[in-house]
Ligand binder design. Structure first.
Ligand code: MN
Length: 229
């Protein structure tokens, strides 16, 4: 084995319900506009779109209830509450009917977005990274293994700020379902164990402020609590 010129960073990981082991994270894929009402609120026609993807960096995760520091170079940071799929098995060209076998578990996550920077990049036809893949942009709760909760396909998904309901939807409103997402994504990328997929957000996205308390909840999956500092 070669010696590194400096110590490599630790592998980002998520805790797992009722387990001493942790889930090592490989990549974070995100699905855009996967709830019709959210696509409409962003100015798009949900009937006309194939799913599209972007990525966050694994070390953008915020775990174990840590705080979300308000990021630089923005004055419009939005919350996007999302169901997160955690893969235990990778592959290429995975069939829809086999896709769920690749899932280890699910979690509640937030796709925090510098909306002003994302909007600028969109307008100029540039990549979204500065809007989406910044430090601390991916708060995520602990993983709930499939062994305990199965594969949630319906149930309410909500986000409250300081106790006030801001986002509300149901997992049954996902335009592209989890097996379809895994199948399509595996045609574009070779999926690996440890990949996370953020599956898109329901309507009601909006800005957060320093001092806000965000409470995300997905029925049958769990909860996520984040303070904006
Ligand atoms: Mn999102």
């Amino acid at each position: 084995m070669s010696d590194y010129v400096f110590s490599p960073p630790a592998i980002p990981n998520l805790s797992i319900l009722d387990s001493d082991k942790v889930f090592p994270v490989h990549r974070i894929y995100c699905v855009g506009r996967n709830y019709a009402e959210h696509a409409i609120e962003m100015g798009h026609d949900p009937d006309k779109e194939l799913p599209f993807f972007f990525q966050k960096n694994p070390d953008n995760l915020v775990v174990n209830g840590a705080d979300f520091p308000y990021p630089p170079m923005t004055s419009d940071v939005h919350h996007e509450i999302e169901l997160v799929v955690a893969l235990q098995q990778g592959g290429k060209d995975i069939l829809v009917e086999n896709a769920l076998e690749h899932v280890y578990g699910y979690a509640v996550g937030l796709d925090m977005t510098r909306r002003d920077l994302q909007a600028q990049q969109k307008k100029m036809g540039r990549p979204w990274d500065v809007g989406k893949a910044f430090e601390h942009s991916a708060p995520c709760g602990q993983i709930m293994p499939v062994a305990g909760i199965g594969h949630p396909a319906e149930g309410s998904i909500t986000l409250k700020i300081n106790g006030e309901l801001r986002q509300h939807g149901d997992l049954n409103q996902l335009i592209w379902k989890v097996p379809e997402i895994i199948s399509i994504l595996s045609g574009l990328f070779e999926l690996q164990p440890g990949d996370l997929i953020m599956t898109g957000t329901p309507a009601g996205v909006g800005p957060v402020q320093r001092g806000d308390t965000l409470e995300g909840s997905i029925e049958g999956v769990g909860e996520l609590h984040v303070e904006v500092i």
